[in-house]
Design a protein around this ligand. Structure first.
Ligand code: AMP
Length: 283
């Protein structure tokens, strides 16, 4: 596995491998099995797999979250090698931002809800860094996790708008055995909170069952709050949304699939998760 630190090294790598297909997995490091599932899928589907590790400051709207974001580079590199990755790109902040970006993104209604609503400027930061990385890596396919459903929607829009010549591959959320969605932030949970954390997925499943059985979104917040009772979770949002537009739904009339998305704090750690729910044909 090659470790590339500069844009020039990446350019040279490209010119040496022009005829080979490239799969790309952008990450912020502190890797876990969720990231590795994306890498392994890319390895299976492409001649070469490039993974980037870059904690992107412009997508953090909270200085303390950026400062405390876990960094485990040595371990990450070993895990990527094991997973069959061919190239790790490890740029510095100065390299990615020699000057503040002169362009910005407004994803419209897509970013006025959920993560975009509660993390001001987050998706602009995501759009700016992913567009730069797409230009540098020039992948044939890029791999993202459904865990960050809204991010997938924003990147799909950006890829279409900027005519990036690549396919997006969205991979299912990888969970711990107890249901907790794997996340780099999980390692910052206290022991007590780690034990409580699976309650979030359990609440999502209860809401999901409610939607299927009752056919209505009414009462879902109360249901989730009841489900989280007895834990330290503080719900930031829980929304039932259209899977494509991500706009909140008040009615399930003529809708066959929805996503239930949640963000909640456990202590000072903010966790997000979502499930897709098939509603089937209306009776
Ligand atoms: P991050 O390092 O958190 O920016 O994540 C890098 C990529 O890994 C993103 O496309 C995430 O959606 C994806 N990812 C993170 N956690 C998981 C997970 N538990 N399952 C699947 N993909 C994930």
């Amino acid at each position: 596995m090659k470790i590339l630190n500069t844009r020039e090294e990446l350019r040279r790598f490209h010119s040496e491998h022009r005829s080979q297909t490239v799969g790309f997995v952008p990450t912020m490091g502190a890797l876990h099995e969720g990231h590795l599932a994306l890498v392994k899928r890319s390895v299976a589907e492409n001649d070469l797999t490039v993974c980037s590790i870059f904690v992107n400051p412009t997508q953090f709207n909270n200085a303390s979250d950026l400062e405390k974001y876990p960094r485990t580079e040595e371990q990450d590199v070993a895990m990527l090698e094991q997973a069959g990755c061919d190239v790790v790109f490890l740029p510095t902040v100065d390299m990615m931002y020699p000057q503040p970006a002169s362009y910005s993104f407004d994803f419209g209604p897509l970013e006025r809800v959920m993560e975009g609503e509660f993390r001001s400027g987050h998706f602009n930061g995501v759009g700016v860094i992913v567009s730069k990385l797409f230009n540098l890596v020039q992948p044939d396919k890029a791999y993202f996790g459904q865990k960050d459903l809204q991010q997938c929607a924003v990147i799909r829009r950006m890829t279409e708008d900027l005519c990036f010549n690549l396919d997006l591959v969205i991979c299912p959320t990888v969970r711990e055995d107890d249901g907790l969605a794997m996340s780099s932030r999980n390692r910052r949970l206290t022991k007590e909170h780690r034990a409580q954390a699976p309650a979030l997925y359990k609440a999502l499943k209860e809401v999901s069952n409610h939607l299927v059985e009752k056919g209505t979104v009414d009462g879902v917040i109360a249901l989730a709050e009841d489900s989280l009772e007895g834990t330290d979770f503080r719900l930031e949002y829980l929304q039932v949304v259209d899977v494509k537009s991500l706009q909140p739904l008040n009615s399930l009339e003529n809708i066959s699939e929805v996503a239930v998305c949640v963000a909640a704090f456990l202590g000072e750690i903010r966790l997000i998760d979502n499930v897709l729910v098939q509603l089937g044909p209306k009776k």
